[in-house]
Ligand binder design. Structure first.
Ligand SMILES: *Cc1c(COP(=O)(O)O)cnc(C)c1O
Length: 385
């Protein structure tokens, strides 16, 4: 059982470990305490060099070693083949909504699958640089499922096909990447995997480009990771800013301009943490996948068993990372949030566009945190339903 959260005790105690509340924020999101504490220890003097990471030249040997360690661990954790470049950029997920078409569209037609707010936003931004077509959409059913590839109407002229593999707001996840080749499509698949990167392995044989903002499942905001197959480089539009031309960024090992150095360092600490995670004989992202499946099953089972709480997403499309849920009586939303906070269950308020609640249970959320939420749901239902 998780310890009861007592805000008074939290202020007094030095043992923050047992008293730290559980943070369900969708992003920027919780970071494991061990990672934060290691960063705190190294804040002003990294490995005895007399400088903090924020104060280092990005071209100095200290930072280069931090960068190379982070990059090689990220490649190893996700088993990224060598024909893919890993780019550490700035601009966030929304930046990539412009940077991807600037680099890959050749100002021609591209395909989008709409499965929620994020893919919709990506489509809208792409319209400024190329001609997107909608290959499939689940908007008519309220974005409650990921459109099955069998229903996609792919455009043979499309330069790429964009999907969002985890819709952070609607709580919809694509659990198996589509095999475009077997669908007769030669265009590369572009995935926005911002909110579930590193939560599970990726089948890179099906991917041309993947991008993720760091602030959901990796570390602090400011770093954006792009994984791009080499043969897709070299076709940026002439209006593409040099700092966002993947070819330029790749040629300069992400140091064409100053990269988000502290974000890269924090990501590196998170990768170290991930490598140490174990579930039985599984390690790294395989262990995380198992743990994430258990966490999600526990929470969805509690919601489905309740007549007061509900989740509208089709079971096969439910996200393991972001779980939106609704109270049968929205008038009780504010008392729910107040009581949750008092129990040390933080940031459960749903996204303003769909309301209700949302529990984001990224890699940093332990099973105990989900159990504490489930216990609270049951308790709340008894008293307030
Ligand atoms: C959070 C998020 C983004 C974007 O984020 P910014 O970094 O704020 O631009 C993009 N896509 C998905 C799926 C996200 O969850």
């Amino acid at each position: 059982m998780s310890p009861q959260f007592n805000p008074e005790l939290r202020r007094q105690t030095t043992d923050i470990n047992t008293m730290r509340p559980y943070n369900f924020s969708a992003g920027p999101a919780a970071i494991p305490l061990e990672v934060l504490e290691r960063a705190a220890k190294e804040m002003s003097n990294w490995h005895g060099c007399g400088m903090g990471v924020m104060e280092m030249s990005h071209r100095g040997e200290e930072f280069i070693s931090i960068y190379e360690h982070a990059e090689s661990n990220f490649r190893a954790l996700l088993s990224i083949p060598w024909e893919f470049k890993i780019l550490f950029m700035q601009g966030g997920g929304l930046g990539e909504n412009a940077i991807v078409p600037l680099n890959l569209s050749r100002a021609q037609e591209v395909d989008f699958v709409l499965s929620g707010s994020w893919s919709q936003k990506s489509l809208k931004e792409a319209m400024r640089y190329c001609s997107p077509k909608i290959a499939a959409s689940s908007e008519s059913n309220g974005f409650h499922e990921f459109p099955s590839p069998r229903t996609w109407n792919l455009n043979p002229k499309a330069q790429y096909v964009h999907i969002c593999t985890n819709e952070t707001i609607h709580g919809v996840e694509c659990h198996e990447l589509p095999d475009l080749k077997s669908m007769g499509c030669v265009a590369p698949l572009v995935i926005d995997f911002s909110s579930h990167v590193l939560s599970q392995p990726v089948d890179w044989s099906r991917v041309g480009l993947a991008f993720a903002g760091a602030q959901k499942n990796i570390g602090p905001a400011g770093l954006t990771i792009v994984v791009v197959r080499e043969d897709l480089l070299g076709h940026a539009l002439s209006i593409c800013p040099s700092a966002f031309d993947y070819t330029t960024v790749a040629k300069n090992s992400s140091m064409y301009n100053t990269p988000p150095t502290y974000g890269i360092y924090m990501a590196g600490l998170m990768f170290d943490w991930l490598k140490q995670q174990r579930e039985g004989s599984l390690t790294g992202v395989w262990a995380m996948q198992k743990r994430n499946q258990e966490k999600a099953r526990l929470l969805y089972e509690a919601i489905d068993a309740s007549s007061f709480f509900s989740n509208p997403v089709a079971p096969l499309s439910r996200s393991l990372m972001n779980v939106p849920f609704f109270l049968a009586d929205p008038a009780k939303d504010s008392i729910f949030l107040k009581q949750a906070n008092e129990k040390g269950l933080l940031q459960l308020k749903g996204h303003k566009s769909i309301g209700g609640m949302r529990a984001s249970i990224y890699n940093a959320m332990p099973l105990d945190g989900v159990q504490a939420l489930v216990d609270f749901l049951k308790e709340f239902e008894v008293h307030f339903a």
